[in-house]
Design a protein around this ligand. Sequence first.
Ligand code: GSH
Length: 216
Amino acid sequence: MLKLFTHYRSVSAHRVRIALNYKGVAYESIFTDLDGATAARQRYLDVNPQGLIPALWVEDDLIISQSSAILEYLEERYPERPLLHGDIDLRARIRSFAQIAIADTHPLNNLRVLRYLRDEMDVAYEQRRAWFEHWIDMAFKPMESLLAARPAEARSGYCFSARPSLADVCLVPQVAMAERYRVNLSAYPLIRGVYRACMTQGAFQSAAPDTQRDRE
Ligand SMILES: N[C@@H](CCC(=O)N[C@@H](CS)C(=O)NCC(=O)O)C(=O)O
């Protein structure tokens, strides 16, 4: 059985949990500390030398790090319930949308960045929160525009189609994290609508941070 090194608060692990659940792939959760100082965390460097979560153990010779690499692997290995679907144009649209979250937003609001601001730059909590909110807005504004510009046939409950795609998989963890930081999302009705639609689905519910067994 696959093993996912995960932490309930990890946005990147959240993406992978949704994809595994959606595809109906059984996996064991290995709850892994996000705190850089613990012994368990040091041991985790043997699994993923980058020390970042998630990692997917497939076999001893194959441990995949980086959530987008894991998502691509799952898509190729379990194509039956695809997250990249539709025609080539739709798949391009889905990928572009997903990359806003994966490449342009999460790296700026990652724990190690926020910790660096706190510990090395002496940035106070309110300013760190403003930083977080700024980069969320820089993502959600264009994402909301992309959703508003969808062709009529793409306007289902989900981002771009009648079933969830990689776009939803990447949007939902970002919204969950924004809610955790109490970011005001009232300017993003389409994003909130997609989030609500996704959260009616078991695959998304059982991947949510609050439903994870390592949640304190
Ligand atoms: N690009 C990586 C990012 C992984 C990542 O940054 N994970 C976070 C949790 S969401 C982490 O491990 N943070 C620990 C830290 O920042 O020290 C991916 O998509 O897997």
